[in-house]
Design a protein around this ligand. Structure first.
Ligand SMILES: Nc1ncnc2c1ncn2[C@@H]1O[C@H](COP(=O)(O)OP(=O)(O)OP(=O)(O)O)[C@@H](O)[C@H]1O
Length: 661
């Protein structure tokens, strides 16, 4: 159970094994019976209980209050996209931890257990261990990479409880709050960042209940310490590189005030004056004027392109023409970053500043704009800036769910609600989002019946699971988005006016990229760095001609199209990115009916989308040289990739080695 006693926290080094909560002579049967009585509502308050039982009860009461489903049997899992993002964000932790875990794993051959690494919100990044146990854990409890184990998602459990207590814990079988985890026993320890306070992740050793080893807790603590030590070394190296970059930037821009931030956005250095000292002191609390940031320069690792820190140039004391990125902007301008959303367009900067101001307010927000303009990106960061940031962020594409399943997907259902349903019933998005944010993408696609149900929730917060008359209360914030013109849909009676007004308490519209052309270089630059990281590519220049074409093009698919074109071009090029790596539509001059130099190709390729897809796949094959590696990098099944070869007339043998598999 958790090591919650405060004296332990302060005397951890002297007395860990004397703590009653990590003793291994646990009263297994007693705990099971306590759990059963707790869930049946049969706990007698006058009953005398020892400290350990009281601790368990208060844990479980807390989980109940958090709305955790005690009957949960399969852990919540992030979408593939979200998991990919978490993996990218925790690359260093993974690269540092996995070799250590594997090294130790070799000596655990005899123990039927799993070594699990999570990041700081409880999402499992990596699992190593006995394949049989791994299969069983996946099938029985959903213990897989991408599953989430923070206590608000999964109740008392090794990873989640170590995260919330920031201490090593041992959670035995029926000490788990959810029924679905009670056939497991876990020992887990937090991995701390260099500041000794922020938790980077958790290292956990999970075994079937009966196979637990007394030494497991010591093992996880020792592993966490090793990972921590190696991370500290990396961070020190990064820090010295950030300091060097700061010194270089200060030499280049002697009139600028600037700060150097580490990978986590903490101030490492600042210009030696009172204003900067003041900004640096208030930086962590966000008590600075965001608009004071003129430019940011990422300090990246020379080999991997991973971001190690940032140099922030502040906007006052302007001297005229200094620029951080020569390739980025033709005039000095303010670059605003809102999460991963970058802009230097004054209207969009203003819109983001307004969005930032409403992040903390508990009101619904509607974001409109053409497809690919970054609406999801804004919604995600709005959540990250809100007081709800520790709670789940759930994104739903309303247009992708069939009308019959919408009610049950949003509101959940009880057992026996309809045929084909999970016999245990299931929570819907409103329940799973709890106190977090529900992002309703493509909200304009909701059919009328669902619009009426959503309106009811927005009006009084109440809803029912399908098949139940019990009223539940929604506690999440709604952020909605659409590329459609909702006002027009209202006029055409396709969208309820009352719902429209409920959703657009705050309404922000994102301009298409062709109306903020100064953002194109910024976004191209951002994707060049991201794709280098994603595919492990060396630094590549963009030739002047290619650059001119990229900035001239109107980008009907907005930033998403930029991403696709940059990714394909980088995979296609062997050296600098030149025009021959750009798709024909990008090369078209305004008024041109033919793409320069690509007439013959165009004649055989029916659409730009197809052309892009073909280019991307060929690029992937060239890079990875094996079909299965390319499929994995693209996040699709090998069979799908083979189907694409036929569709797009690609001969994989031309690009792969050996069997190509
Ligand atoms: N201003 C921006 N700066 C950097 N990247 C951006 C920007 N806007 C969008 N992107 C990137 O473009 C891609 C598409 O963004 P996103 O999915 O948020 O668009 P969207 O408007 O929600 O699209 P849709 O309407 O099709 O759902 C993502 O890869 C996102 O990271």
């Amino acid at each position: 159970m958790r090591l919650q006693v405060s004296s332990f926290a302060t005397k951890a080094n002297q007395m860990p094994l004397q703590n009653p909560y990590i003793g291994f002579d646990k009263d297994v049967r007693g705990v099971k019976s306590l759990w059963e009585r707790f869930n049946a509502g049969l706990i007698d308050t006058s009953e005398r209980r020892n400290t350990y039982q009281q601790l368990l009860l208060s844990e479980w009461q807390r989980c109940t209050a958090l709305g955790v489903d005690v009957a949960m049997t399969v852990a919540r899992r992030l979408s593939d996209d979200e998991f990919r993002q978490r993996t990218r964000a925790n690359q260093l932790l993974l690269e540092t931890s996995v070799p250590i875990i594997k090294d130790v794993g070799r000596f655990l051959d005899e123990v039927p257990g799993l070594m699990i690494l999570t990041e700081h919100t409880g999402c499992v990044l990596h699992i190593t261990g006995d394949p049989k146990v791994s299969d069983r854990a996946a099938a029985r409890s959903g213990i897989v990479e991408g599953s989430t184990w923070d206590e608000t998602s999964a109740g008392t459990n090794g990873m989640g409880t170590a995260l919330s207590t920031r201490q090593p814990v041992h959670v035995y079988a029926s000490e788990h709050f959810c029924e679905g985890w009670q056939s497991w026993t876990c020992a887990a320890a937090p991995i701390f960042d260099v500041d000794g306070r922020s938790v980077l992740g958790i290292i956990d050793f999970t075994t079937p209940e009966t196979d637990f080893r007394d030494q497991a807790l010591a093992l996880t603590v020792s592993l966490a310490n090793s990972i921590q030590a190696r991370m500290t070394l990396h961070r020190e190296l990064e820090r010295s590189r950030v300091v060097n970059a700061f010194t270089e930037a200060a030499r280049q821009y002697p009139n600028d005030d600037m700060l150097a931030l580490d990978h986590a956005g903490r101030v490492v250095m600042h210009s030696p004056n009172e204003r900067c000292r003041h900004i640096a002191q208030n930086w962590a609390a966000g008590g600075f004027d965001g608009a004071a940031v003129r430019e940011t320069i990422d300090v990246t690792a020379p080999d991997s392109g991973t971001r190690m820190g940032t140099i922030v140039l502040l906007s006052s004391r302007p001297t005229g023409n200094e620029r951080a990125f020569d390739s980025v902007s033709s005039s000095p301008s303010l670059v605003k970053r809102f999460g991963d959303f970058l802009t230097c367009d004054p209207d969009t900067v203003r819109m983001l500043n307004e969005l930032q101001r409403v992040a903390a307010a508990d009101v619904s927000v509607l974001i409109t704009g053409e497809t690919g303009t970054g609406k999801e990106l804004l919604a995600r960061h709005l959540h990250a800036c809100s007081p709800r940031r520790a709670e789940p962020y759930l994104a739903i594409n309303c247009g992708a769910i069939s009308a019959e399943l919408l009610e049950s997907t949003f509101f959940g259902y009880v057992r026996g609600a309809f045929s084909g349903a999970d016999p245990r019933g299931r929570a819907g998005y409103f329940e799973s989002a709890r106190g977090g944010t529900l992002f309703l993408d493509e909200v304009g696609e909701l059919p009328p019946a669902m619009q009426a149900s959503l309106l009811r929730v927005l009006e009084d917060g109440s809803y029912q699971r399908v098949g139940s008359s019990e009223t539940l209360r929604a506690r999440c914030r709604i952020v909605a988005a659409t590329h459609r013109n909702l006002e027009q849909l209202v006029a055409q009676r396709q969208f309820r006016e009352d719902l429209y007004f409920r959703l657009k308490v705050i309404h922000k519209s994102v301009k298409p990229l062709r109306e903020r052309r100064s953002d194109v270089p910024l976004i191209v630059e951002q994707f060049v760095v991201a794709m280098r990281r994603k595919h492990g590519l060396p630094a590549a220049e963009i030739t002047q001609e290619a650059y001119a074409a990229l900035t001239r093009y109107r980008w009907p698919g907005n930033a998403r199209e930029v991403r696709n074109v940059v990714e394909a071009a980088m995979l296609c090029s062997e050296g600098p990115i030149d025009v021959d790596c750009l798709p024909p539509e990008v090369l078209k001059q305004p008024g041109d009916s033919n793409a320069r130099g690509h007439e013959s190709e165009l004649a055989t390729v029916p659409s730009a989308g197809r052309d892009y897809e073909r280019q991307l796949i060929v690029g992937m094959l060239r890079k990875y040289r094996k079909v299965n590696h390319a499929a994995r990098a693209m996040g699709i099944a090998r069979s799908t990739l083979y189907r694409k070869f036929t569709e797009l007339e690609i001969d994989p043998a031309q690009f792969t080695t050996g069997s190509g598999e």
